[in-house]
Design a protein around this ligand. Sequence first.
Ligand SMILES: NC(=O)c1ccc[n+]([C@@H]2O[C@H](COP(=O)([O-])OP(=O)(O)OC[C@H]3O[C@@H](n4cnc5c(N)ncnc54)[C@H](O)[C@@H]3O)[C@@H](O)[C@H]2O)c1
Ligand SMILES: CC(C)[C@H](C(=O)O)[C@@H](O)C(=O)O
Ligand SMILES: [Mg+2]
Length: 359
Amino acid sequence: MTHRILLLPGDHIGPEIVAEAERLLRALSADFGLDAELEYAHLGGCAVDAEGDPFPATTRRLAESADAILLGAVGGPQWDDRPRDQRPETGLLKIRSTLGLFANLRPAMLFPELAAASSLRPDVVAGLDILIVRELVGGIYFGQPRGLRTRDDGVREGFNTLVYGADEIERIGHAAFQAAARRGGRLCSVDKANVLESSELWRGVMTDLAARYPQVELSHMYVDNAAMQLVRDPNQFDVIVTGNLFGDVLSDCAAMLTGSIGMLPSASLDDGGRGLYEPVHGSAPDIAGRGLANPLATLLSVAMMLRHSLDEAALADRVEQAVARVLADGYRTADLATDPARAADTRTMGQAVVNALYH
Ligand SMILES: NC(=O)c1ccc[n+]([C@@H]2O[C@H](COP(=O)([O-])OP(=O)(O)OC[C@H]3O[C@@H](n4cnc5c(N)ncnc54)[C@H](O)[C@@H]3O)[C@@H](O)[C@H]2O)c1
Ligand SMILES: CC(C)[C@H](C(=O)O)[C@@H](O)C(=O)O
Ligand SMILES: [Mg+2]
């Protein structure tokens, strides 16, 4: 059956890294039996410019009928002063919520060759293999009311609402317990239950769910401590489950353990297997157009797509092994290189991964 894959390059480095994903997908189709048809659409700032909407109806139609979606990244300073409904990030939030992609899997693992690229000591990050399960379509990102207003005393204020229903907590809880059961059997739920009612409920629901997963050991941690523990001793974690905002922050923090934010892939899944795949990093306007972007997070996101949405686990393994091989062979983009002057550019790295598929 032909898989219909929708590519959303997005903004700034987005098109540069998605071009490498396309090269990889075309090689998998030509020589490794992947039956895929690629389509393209606008999302983010490019969609605002081309169609006047960060998540246009045409993109929505293609997204709803695709078997899987690959996103580069969206956003950039040229759109930062737009009204919120005209901002690139709003397009990303809308596609996530419209498609019901509530389960965001953000694995952080260290390729042994990159131990020296991490900002932490090699002995602290050795063997790192953790999974952050972030709730993606609720919490303070989506709560109502929200807005900006002027108080009676003339002072402006901005406000947002952090709300989680027990049903939303339960479904992300199930996804996380199931992931932990398939991995090391340990789940740490991260919250701020000492201060927030929404976290009090979160903790209670996670505790109740634990009875249904006797093979998983559940623990709880406050988010401030979790941020500290992630850099003190990251290997104490197996799977972390947390809300939308805490997961956003903790996953960028976990990224640095692996050597670079350019290494972290992600999958955003609904409850039926449809998924949107994207690197955890953003559109990096500071390095766009110069061949400096590390494409590996995007190529590893393709591997996650092959595994989670396309039922092509053997091809996913092949892509991950190809990434491991190019790192072992010494290829480094500037973000990973000890000598940036000798770094591989985006295209060289992408082509090296394609070449390594054949070994
Ligand atoms: N999923 C997304 O599309 C997404 C995620 C995060 C941020 N953003 C948007 O991206 C824009 C820039 O945000 P930011 O600067 O805070 O975060 P960012 O992740 O884009 O960049 C942070 C730093 O990491 C570097 N970096 C990021 N990806 C890299 C890669 N693949 N290779 C090498 N270096 C890389 C950048 O050069 C920058 O120095 C903003 O508009 C933001 O809203 C989008
Ligand atoms: C761009 C922004 C909306 C997004 C988020 O906060 O979810 C990004 O930071 C991410 O991590 O995917
Ligand atoms: Mg983020």
